[in-house]
Design a protein around this ligand. Sequence first.
Ligand code: SF4
Length: 380
Amino acid sequence: MSVRPYRDIARRKCRQIKVGAVRVGGDAPITVQSMTNTLTADAKATIAQIQALEAAGADIVRVSCPDEESTAAMGEIVRAAKVPIVADIHFHYKRAIEAAKAGAACLRINPGNIGSADRVKEVVKAAKDHGCAMRIGVNAGSLERELLERYGEPCPEAMVESALDHAKILEDNDFFEFKISVKASDVFLAVAAYQGLADACDYPLHLGITEAGGFRSGTVKSSIGMGSLLWAGIGDTIRVSLSADPVEEIKVGFDILKSLNLRHRGVNIISCPSCARQQYEVIKTVERLEQRIAHINTPMTVSVIGCVVNGPGEARETDIGFTGGGNGTHQVYIAGVPHHRLKDADIVDHLVELIEKKAAEIEAAKAAAAAASGAKTAAE
Ligand code: SF4
């Protein structure tokens, strides 16, 4: 029995597949992915963007392959990338085969759109030969005409049926290394479609609220849609879709997972909105602090609170706590207990120093634990 059952999320049980070296589904951590928006044929620009996404923590990156020039660049892109690369294919089965040969770890392709059964066989063979997974990507905006006529409009049932039809084609070809998405820009539709699909199959699910909008509105929609699914235990890999720098998609993705305690990466800052009681400029401090600690991947929680109304209470639950006090004298907490005071000094500099020290301690403890378990295994 968990100590805080109200925080427990029971994850949907599903198969596990591998996208390159990254496990998706089963008990694997929920992964965060994004997509490049450079011209894929421009390998240099695409690699630079993939590296920026990797630095932000991306587990998987998708690259579109609309033409032969794109798949021709895939080999170079795959070799330069540390993360597995998904090739996004629409209709052209030859691009899928070329991408698989070039080392793509996954093909995003809907087998029902490829054409003849022979073409499907060729693509599946290429995927099997090159250890490539697939993603069936159903989108409310591009549902098959027959389903639209039968259901009258894009609806959850039509999206689930479309996904299962595509899945059946792969199953008939003895291929099971795939995940599925049923995206829609409408949050209600996407959530209902994913719920239906989660009940109807045991494949890993790739979550997304497609064409969600600009940075702010897209973040809100994605957080509501994906957040409610993840909270219900549904979802194995996520892509936040924003009309913004793809690096922001990764950051928002991790923030959604952090909010639900599903994954921890970097510093989780708890800060108050500030008010007339604040004893220092909370908003500016948090802005500067976030920039200065963006490079830290070690999970930890830091509270930055304007005054004693909520400061001590929040600090109790954190690794490092900071509460504004009178006369420029602020209280610092370590591991939830008062540790020292800071008077007339730069708050951000001080917090960065404490956070970097704590991160180094956590990493050293992790390395020591890993070395100890390695030595134990070697002795056994
Ligand atoms: S913690 Fe203090 S400063 Fe921050 S919002 Fe609450 S009362 Fe205002």
